[in-house]
Write a protein that binds this ligand. Sequence first.
Ligand code: FAD
Length: 497
Amino acid sequence: MEALITPSSPSLSLSKKLYSSSFSPLTTSTSPFLFPKPHKYLTQRVHTSKFGNFLDLIPENKQTPIKLDINWLDPSTKARLDVIVIGAGPAGLCLAERVARHGVRVCCIDPDPLSMWPNHYGAWVDELSCLGLDSCFDKTWPMASVHVDDYKTKYLDRPYGRINRKMLKMKLIGGCVSNGVKFHKGKVWKINHQEFESSVVCDDGNEFKASLIVDASGFASSFVEYDKPRNHGYQIAHGILAEVENHPFDLDKMLLMDWRDSHLGNEPDLRVQNSRIPTFLYAMPFDSNLVFLEETSLVSRPVLSYKEIKLRMVARLRHMGIKVKRVIESEKCLIPMGGPLPVIPQPVMGIGGTAGLAHPSTGYMVARTLALAPILADSIVECLGSTRMIRGQPLYHRVWNGLWPIERRLTREYYRFGMETLLKLDLKGTRSFFDAFFDLNPEYWHGFLSSRLSLMELAMLSLSLFGHSSNLSRFDIVTKCPVPLAKMMGNLVVESI
Ligand SMILES: Cc1cc2nc3c(=O)[nH]c(=O)nc-3n(C[C@H](O)[C@H](O)[C@H](O)COP(=O)(O)OP(=O)(O)OC[C@H]3O[C@@H](n4cnc5c(N)ncnc54)[C@H](O)[C@@H]3O)c2cc1C
């Protein structure tokens, strides 16, 4: 059976319900974050088979808040604070905990500090184990796989895991509690600055003062300033945690990327679009009936339409014979990638999504933020800890340069170049790229994906990638990369002056 999806069709209006499900996307009209314009595309035809369409299923799970006694800040005491952290996401909590360890007085403000984080996070196991957080995975897979196309699959000998959001949040909040971090339930509306002090005004009318405000309110923040055009690429994805009748995935491997497009054989419009701006399937099989599935556009600019992603996912799951019985949770993923760093320094400090920490070529950020928060915390403690009182401009200078020293800024330029290159590749080019990329010495591809290569190592990686590339990839690199390469070189020069 074939159904024509038009803006007024029942299927679409049902899928629209997903937009307003328990997960709130970054696109609400109140958000200061402008939703990027999607690609135009034609009305699409999709088939509904006996398997039905999982978009019709309403996500069932309502996340229950964390039960923990936290220390609330009493607004009437006008307590003196050293640091206010806006946001209780992974970035905000990790930073608050690390700063407070040294006796610095910290308050974390969030509309609901004890609510469960809405996103599902995955990471390479080594990234969390080197931080002593291996216990924060609820499932790990010894290997990952990549379907380059219908004929070639790569097996990656690097364990991958799904982060147990509840456990990680409990651990970070528990650390905050034991180190004396106070919490306030509210949304920060405004930040005011004076020479040695700043204040935040919350939606409940309360105003709090501190020597330093750290914005950890995520990608949608408007508190951190930029002086260059924010020419992001965007990762967009639709993910579901689903109970299925069966699935074809090996239980001992997570599927990092499936670039096959045979599921679009009967969907000419989708196939043409996919060959220009490809999407892949990411899958974490928990058991034979429970799987997390996410159709993902690695990076696009302007952003690929969310509806297009869902249609491709419907076609893919139907082709794979995956019958979804229940959607337990669904998520809309929209991650701004690349673009310039915020102005360095400036009176508001950033961490996480507000500080340019998302990997410009992959969108991953959690492990990196958890690794960098202690480094930023050390710079803050150096200035505001018991022995030193450095405030105002010297403080802003120290903390921004602590998070983004010149070497880290330069390597970020390279990762941005990676994103600009990916933006230029169609499906064929993307397949050739990953075919060569995952053939690299693991030190290189591990290091690249985890943002831990030096500039010299990145240069070596480029040479090696060129050496491993097919003629098609080399042609792509030579013809499509000169402009991004020239921009990167220009930015490197500007950054290093
Ligand atoms: C759906 C999705 C899936 C992702 N999956 C992965 C993944 O698998 N692996 C990975 O490494 N990265 C992933 N990312 C990227 C990134 O790691 C996450 O976005 C991560 O949550 C960012 O952390 P954060 O602490 O900076 O911000 P957030 O997690 O967005 O937390 C911000 C907090 O600030 C609060 N807040 C917002 N505005 C205000 C305000 N004005 N006042 C007070 N509080 C405020 C919010 O309520 C929220 O609690 C994903 C992103 C998305 C959107």
